[in-house]
Design a protein around this ligand. Structure first.
Ligand code: ZN
Length: 159
């Protein structure tokens, strides 16, 4: 079994499991590998450059500015889902329900979630955009937010 870090043309990174390198190449040319985020089938194996950088910055000859190694961004669970799979359909149904039952507050999400949490705004389910930093801050404050990635196929159904 081989595990590859894969990347689509929109720079989404995900893991793919294959029986062998040949298996991977075969599925790739037959366009059977799709990005789980956007469905793109132009997939590349990701260069493992970040790991190389990591070992190089441990080099004592590196400048003082290189001493702080930026942590790899926290990774999230990712599923390689084909549109026909039952599991994918279940997730899409769930996502649709989530869209129908929440009010879109867009980029004001962090502000509005806080107001609701502290009782300054009417309690209701909302969704919107937040940066990873904003999400972390909200969770630190005890605001029960949940990162949610909208499947690409549902984005057109908004508004
Ligand atoms: Zn993608």
């Amino acid at each position: 079994m081989k595990v590859f870090d894969l990347q689509c043309t929109s720079q989404h990174v995900f893991e793919g499991w294959f029986g062998s390198e040949a298996d991977f190449s075969d599925q790739l040319v037959r366009q059977l590998i799709q990005c789980p985020v956007c469905g793109d089938d132009r997939i590349d194996k990701r260069l493992s450059a970040p790991r190389l950088n990591l070992s190089r910055s441990a080099d004592p000859h590196g400048g003082p500015g290189e001493a702080a190694v930026p942590a790899r961004p926290a990774s999230t669970e990712v599923v390689l889902a084909s549109p026909q799979a039952e599991a994918t359909q279940a997730v899409l149904r769930l996502a649709k329900a989530m869209l129908e039952q929440t009010q879109d507050v867009g980029p004001r999400f962090a502000e509005e979630a806080r107001r609701i949490h502290y009782g300054e705004s009417q309690a209701r389910p909302i969704r919107g955009q937040a940066t990873p930093e904003q999400t972390r801050e909200l969770l630190d404050e005890g605001v029960p937010v949940m990162p949610f990635m909208l499947p690409e196929s549902l984005k057109g159904t908004l508004q």
